[in-house]
Write a protein that binds this ligand. Structure first.
Ligand SMILES: C[S@@+](CC[C@H](N)C(=O)[O-])C[C@H]1O[C@@H](n2cnc3c(N)ncnc32)[C@H](O)[C@@H]1O
Length: 422
């Protein structure tokens, strides 16, 4: 068994990151947008300093797959879970090695077949009839008729190829026609930042015209062009971070960034693509209800440690906000219990957190989530605040952050919390 991680190494790496002591590095552009992701170089820094080659790293809220990609590049096995189908798709593709020529061929064939399908006079009503009523309304509101027809032709052809890595890749190309930083196939602006609003006269990317370009840019940006570094594996699967299907004491290190409290509604954006992939809006709403950090919940929160309960009741007047905070902390307690269960003794946890949980005017995530972690058996090693470069923030626009409103404060930096299982 590997030596338990020392608390000193956790402290050293977190302090170094907070001081900006690691030379600022920038990630190469990613193959698909995703809000609030961690830079790959940063995840790799944690992984290389806090685990050994061949060990297993876990990210139970893997998002776009940052931890998983970094772990493979560093020669570690990785388990990544999430409940958002878009996160799982991106993580699977990010951790898979693709042969560029073969993939380009598959993608080009999809385009050819979609063009032929469109020649057979697809009507826009005929397209929408394939969806439930709420889906039809959604498509009509957000997508120009031409986009609807072309996306339908492409989606039908993608769905026809056998399930597996090439179909996944094709869905990523498909989604990048819609969820795009600049122009996409819908009327939605700001869609890559998860706060779409409708602008009918914005430039529209016609899907059949955009497919080839998007195929090239996705293929060029895949992180594992030459395969993982060693004989290591990535296990990306759907699971709720509060109830993992990972064996007890099997993981050496956890690197994760849970959703910030009430900040980003991942489903609001992802449904623009997922609807075309066969997910119904009602299913996506159900998934949204089980997301940590969202306003609505499908279950009542567990009770919190009495000191923490007193603290939130004393600090928060508004009943709605109290409910949201209580639910967030209850969810985070369950996540911490699961992480504690699957971690080997001596194993480390690094969490990137939104700076404020209870307070709206100062970073308190280190003490609040750190205290919660101690209550489930962790040793809190340290926490540190790291300001985020403006260009890297996903929400809100930098101006709001400069004005110092509370949402701005939350997103102007992040807290890194270092824990150890004794
Ligand atoms: C801040 S993002 C993670 C970003 C990731 N570190 C990256 O670099 O892309 C938080 C993730 O937590 C996921 N999540 C929310 N609730 C969850 C739950 N109950 N179980 C598992 N994942 C969940 C969201 O779907 C989202 O992908």
């Amino acid at each position: 068994m590997a030596e338990p991680r020392s608390a000193t190494s956790i402290q050293t790496i977190l302090k170094r990151i907070a001081r900006g002591g690691t030379a600022p590095q920038f990630d190469p552009p990613r193959f698909h947008p995703f809000p609030a992701r961690m830079p790959i170089w940063l995840a790799r820094e944690f992984i290389e300093n806090l685990s050994e080659p061949g060990e297993t790293v876990l990210d139970p809220m893997v998002g776009s797959g940052t931890t998983a990609i970094a772990a493979l590049l560093a020669g570690r096995n990785v388990i990544g879970t999430d409940i958002d189908p878009m996160a799982l798709l991106l993580s699977r593709v990010g951790t898979t090695a693709y042969n560029a020529e073969k993939s380009a061929r598959v993608l080009a064939e999809i385009l050819d077949r979609a063009k032929r399908r469109l020649d057979r006079r697809l009507s826009v009503d005929g397209v929408r009839n394939n969806f439930e009523e709420d889906g039809q309304e959604f498509l009509k509101f957000w997508f120009p008729p031409r986009s609807q027809k072309e996306l339908f032709a492409l989606a039908t052809e993608v769905a026809k190829i056998p399930a597996g890595k090439h179909r996944d890749l094709a869905w990523v190309v498909f989604s990048s026609l819609i969820i795009a930083k600049a122009s996409g196939a819908s009327y939605a602006l700001d869609i890559a930042r998860s706060r779409p609003h409708k602008v009918e006269d914005k430039p529209i990317l016609n899907p059949l015209e955009g497919w080839e370009l998007k195929s090239k840019s996705v293929l060029k940006r895949l992180p594992l062009a030459s395969g993982p570094a060693e004989e290591v594996t990535a296990d990306v699967h759907r699971a709720d971070a509060r109830k993992l299907s990972v064996p007890d004491r099997s993981v050496a290190l956890v690197v994760t960034s849970p959703p910030y409290i009430n900040a980003i509604d991942y489903m609001r954006t992802h449904k623009f693509s997922l609807l075309w992939m066969g997910h119904e809006l009602s299913d996506l709403r159900d998934i949204r209800g089980t997301m940590i950090g969202t306003e609505r919940g499908m279950y009542s929160p567990d009770s919190l440690p009495p000191k923490l309960e007193d603290r939130i009741v004393e600090s928060i007047d508004a009943p709605t906000r109290l409910g949201v905070v209580r639910r967030y902390l209850s969810d985070m307690r369950r996540v911490l219990l699961e992480i504690h269960r699957v971690l080997k003794p001596g194993g480390a946890v690094v969490m990137a957190l939104g700076p404020s949980v209870i307070a709206s005017d100062k970073p308190d995530a280190g003490t609040v989530i750190g205290g919660l972690a101690e209550s489930v058996g962790f040793l809190k090693v340290c926490s540190s605040f790291r300001p985020l470069e403006e260009s890297r923030r996903s929400l809100p626009p930098p101006l709001a952050a400069r004005r110092g409103n509370s949402l701005g404060l939350r997103m102007a930096g992040e807290v890194f919390l270092g824990l150890q299982k004794p």
